[in-house]
Design a binder for this molecule. Structure first.
Ligand code: NAD
Ligand code: MG
Length: 404
């Protein structure tokens, strides 16, 4: 009998983390697909992390939040602090392990790079890693000969549609679907005034708070456009976004001969998570199924770039290259946090991000230090804009404001 696949789950207590736990439980019953969780990392929910470790007999865990880790009694190895996920990977990972990267934000970059260096395959949910550090991650994946398989539903769809396609010249464009979020159909000014409660109320997906706000502002789609550029090595002018409110068609690939392939499924992240974990095999899944009897139509509409300028910004980020992705991502992380704390308006998120990419010069990416420097500069820039009162409304007065 073959050994179960060793899996390290980073961000185990979050929305993707918990869905991954369900998939792991499902796979235990599938001969040849059994997994052994050998490491778990989380930010602050130490109690839940300990439950997970107990259920799966995990001996190595990491908690980023030092205060939350203080009272933990754990009969195994506990890593604590901002570097703890990376330390966990460095101490536990073996070549051929699978690392599910489901930490939110650029906090996940280090651990992903460490996992690649250790020769692990990556199931990547943490899109911010590619947005900020794609220029480091993708060459390293090739160098180390590991597999990086997307978990993000749109990228899982494109990945599946591109299976067997080896030439970029065959692809006319990648079309990423967007649910449109809670503010679909609203005019620009109405979108800009949204409250955190309204922005957190996503119509089709249940996700962590940061990505839910990103979905409402279309920053999620913007990040996904940049993620697609890195994953599939396509330029900005071959990536498009279309609104599809039902979230059933997860994305399309249009080929030069006129053929279009799409991947469909229910809006349930367990499908792309399992797909990434068992690829290239497909086994019985544990997500909801599409009910074809009830499905009458599939709806598509163009994205309103006036109300949602983030996607145009992202295409610009790809064209600028260098550290622009890291600046874009970090500025957004700080702006989203400030919006959730009611320190800035919803409309200010994209304004602050746009201002950051204009204000901070882009540099070539040669090492992680370049990413860290750009990330730090963007965080400081946005924090100082907010401190100066730029963010309650119309923080950017000219040039960079959203009128694509
Ligand atoms: P979440 O907020 O629900 O969970 C984030 C997880 O990361 C938690 O376990 C948290 O404890 C952990 N974490 C946060 N900071 C950490 C740190 N410094 N060190 C270690 N762990 C830390 O977020 P989510 O919705 O599960 O999203 C996770 C990632 O997956 C994001 O990058 C998101 O964009 C991406 N993603 C999510 C979905 C979804 O449906 N939720 C879909 C596609 C992509
Ligand atoms: Mg997605």
């Amino acid at each position: 009998m073959t050994q179960p696949r060793r899996v390290i789950l980073l961000g185990s207590t979050g929305s993707i983390g918990e869905s991954t736990i369900e998939v792991v439980r499902n796979l235990q019953a599938v001969p040849g697909q059994e997994c052994q969780l050998v490491g778990l990392a989380a930010g602050s929910r130490a109690d839940r992390l300990l439950e997970q470790a107990g259920e799966f007999g995990v001996r190595d865990i990491a908690v980023a939040n030092e205060a939350k880790a203080r009272d933990i009694a754990f009969d195994g190895t506990l890593h604590v602090g901002a570097e703890s996920a990376r330390e966990l990977v460095e101490s536990v990972a073996q070549p051929g392990d699978l690392v599910v990267a489901a930490i939110v934000g650029s906090a996940g970059i280090d651990a992903v790079l460490a996992a690649i260096d250790a020769g692990c395959d990556i199931a990547l949910a943490n899109k911010e890693t590619l947005v900020a550090a794609g220029a480091l991650v993708m060459p390293r994946v090739v160098e180390r000969g590991v597999n990086l398989i997307p978990v993000d539903s749109e990228h899982s769809a494109i990945f599946q549609c591109l299976h067997g396609v080896s030439k970029e010249a065959e692809i006319r464009r990648l079309v990423i679907t967007a649910s449109g979020g809670p503010f679909r159909g609203r005019a620009r000014e109405a979108v800009r005034e949204a409250t955190p409660e309204q922005a957190l109320d996503h119509p089709t997906w249940s996700m962590g708070p940061k990505i839910t706000i990103d979905s409402a502002s279309m920053m999620n789609k913007a990040l996904e456009v940049i993620e697609a550029h890195w994953l599939f090595d396509v330029p900005a002018d071959k990536i498009d976004v279309i609104v599809h409110p039902q979230s059933i068609v997860h994305s399309f690939v249009e080929f030069v001969d006129g053929s279009v392939l799409a991947q469909l499924g229910p809006p349930d992240m367990k499908t792309p998570i399992q797909c990434a974990m068992t690829w290239p095999d497909r086994v019985e899944g544990c997500s909801k199924r599409l009910n074809w009897e009830e499905l009458r139509s599939l709806v598509f509409e163009p994205l309103d770039h006036e109300a949602f300028p983030a996607v145009m910004r992202a295409l610009d980020v790809i064209r600028r290259g260098g550290t622009t992705g890291a600046i874009f991502n970090a500025a957004n992380e700080v702006a989203v946090e400030a919006f959730l704390d009611r320190r800035v308006s919803f409309g200010a998120i994209v304004d602050l991000v746009s201002a950051a990419i204009e204000a901070i010069p882009s540099k070539p990416v040669t090492a992680l230090a370049d990413i860290v420097e750009a990330d730090t500069a963007a965080r400081a820039f946005v924090a100082s804009e907010i401190a100066a009162g730029n963010g309650l409304e119309n923080v950017v007065t000219s040039g960079t404001s959203g009128t694509d």
